[in-house]
Write a protein that binds this ligand. Structure first.
Ligand code: SF4
Ligand code: SF4
Length: 356
């Protein structure tokens, strides 16, 4: 199927549209024996047909700025020699450039930058056929029923966006290895985390939308107390997407100790394995049996040698058996006026408060 030069209606900005499906384009690319020079025109491009020969012009089902992250890596790994984005007819060229800047930087860092180009001025030339990215023509070899690439080789459209990006990059690494090893220095989307005062509560593990965190028991901590145990908070860098700059794990940490100290290199995205964020020695609370950090937490808890180990909550209950006590985390989050009305002194982050 060949698209016309007319401009398809742009999707309304208010309506959330599903990720554009480029599987037809990917299949078409993979059926070629040689790599293909692609020229991608946004859906709103008024007239991409005129230009130099040698490029296959493909009209996208959306603006190039709205393509998912993984699209570029998938196109390159499925047989695109070069991906040329036509910025001349794009509704927001600066947005499109900014959208692809991280991946373009990655490709430049490994000397593959020439495979992506942002074209602003297209020299007028012959009139060229425009393909529709969602309905590419069948190749003759496929029509003749010759052995071909099957649709099962295409990316799994059911994968979440970040996993699809990781899969596409892994495919690229197989394709270009060892060149991509040069990405060891370049910061990617995955975050470098630390949690010096981690209490091994596991809240961050449950809050991570990518299942990138896990809390695993790593054996006794050498403490002769019964119930002594070490836990490791692990992060799978390849699964961490960075949460678009708003890490859910950091926001969820009740101890306010989980923090971002930087970005991991791109190469972590295509490597397997976990990294240890922190190892926490815990003991089991003598009353409620819950494990808690062996050192006192911000003045709470009671795990000193020779004394009955109590978790922060049980320790507070013991200190005020006939009253109530708000945990420091709650006091930090309440309005200072409310805190004073409850008989406490307002606290700032990492501070501590008690009844006045
Ligand atoms: S930044 Fe997001 S994806 Fe990464 S570990 Fe934290 S919650 Fe998970
Ligand atoms: S980093 Fe924070 S949320 Fe995660 S286990 Fe440690 S204390 Fe809990």
């Amino acid at each position: 199927m060949t698209a016309t030069d007319s401009t398809p209606a742009s999707p309304s900005a208010d309506v959330e549209t599903p990720a554009p499906d480029l599987s037809s384009l990917m299949l078409w690319l993979s059926q070629h024996d040689a790599e293909v020079d692609l020229e991608l025109a946004c859906a709103e491009h008024p007239s991409p047909s005129r230009g130099p020969r040698g490029c296959e012009v493909v009209r996208l089902p959306c603006c190039a700025a709205d393509l998912p992250d993984y699209s570029l890596a998938e196109l390159l790994s499925y047989g695109a020699l070069r991906v040329n984005f036509r910025l001349d007819g794009c509704r927001s060229p600066s947005t499109t450039e900014a959208r692809w800047a991280p991946l373009v930087s990655l490709l430049r860092a490994v000397d593959l930058g020439w495979r992506v180009q942002m074209i602003v001025d297209v020299p007028s030339g012959r009139r060229r056929e425009i393909h529709d990215a969602t309905g590419m023509p069948l190749l003759r070899r496929r029509l003749l029923m010759l052995p071909d690439v099957s649709t099962t080789d295409l990316p799994d459209s059911g994968l979440p966006s970040h996993e699809r990006l990781v899969a596409a990059l892994r495919r690229l690494v197989r394709y270009f290895d060892p060149v991509l090893a040069g990405a060891d220095e370049l910061p990617g989307p995955s975050l470098f985390l630390r949690a010096p005062d981690c209490a091994a509560c596991g809240v961050c593990v449950h809050s991570c939308p990518q299942d990138a965190l896990s809390l695993v028991a790593t054996g006794g901590n050498g403490d002769p107390q019964p119930g002594a145990q070490s836990y490791s908070l692990l992060q799978s860098p390849s699964r961490c997407s960075g949460c678009d700059g708003e890490p859910a794990c950091v926001q969820a940490c009740p101890a306010r100790t989980l923090e971002v100290v930087g970005h991991r290199a791109w190469s972590h995205l295509w490597r397997d394995g976990d990294e240890e964020v922190v190892r926490v020695a815990t003991v089991r609370c003598a009353r409620c049996r819950a494990p808690f950090r062996a050192e006192p937490q911000r003045g709470e808890g009671d795990a000193q040698p020779g004394r009955e180990p109590l978790c922060p909550a049980c320790s507070r209950r013991r200190s005020r058996p006939f009253g109530t006590a708000l945990p420091p985390e709650a006091l930090e989050r309440l309005d200072p006026e409310v805190v004073r009305a409850l008989g406490y002194e307002p606290v700032v982050r990492s501070g501590r408060s008690g009844p006045s």
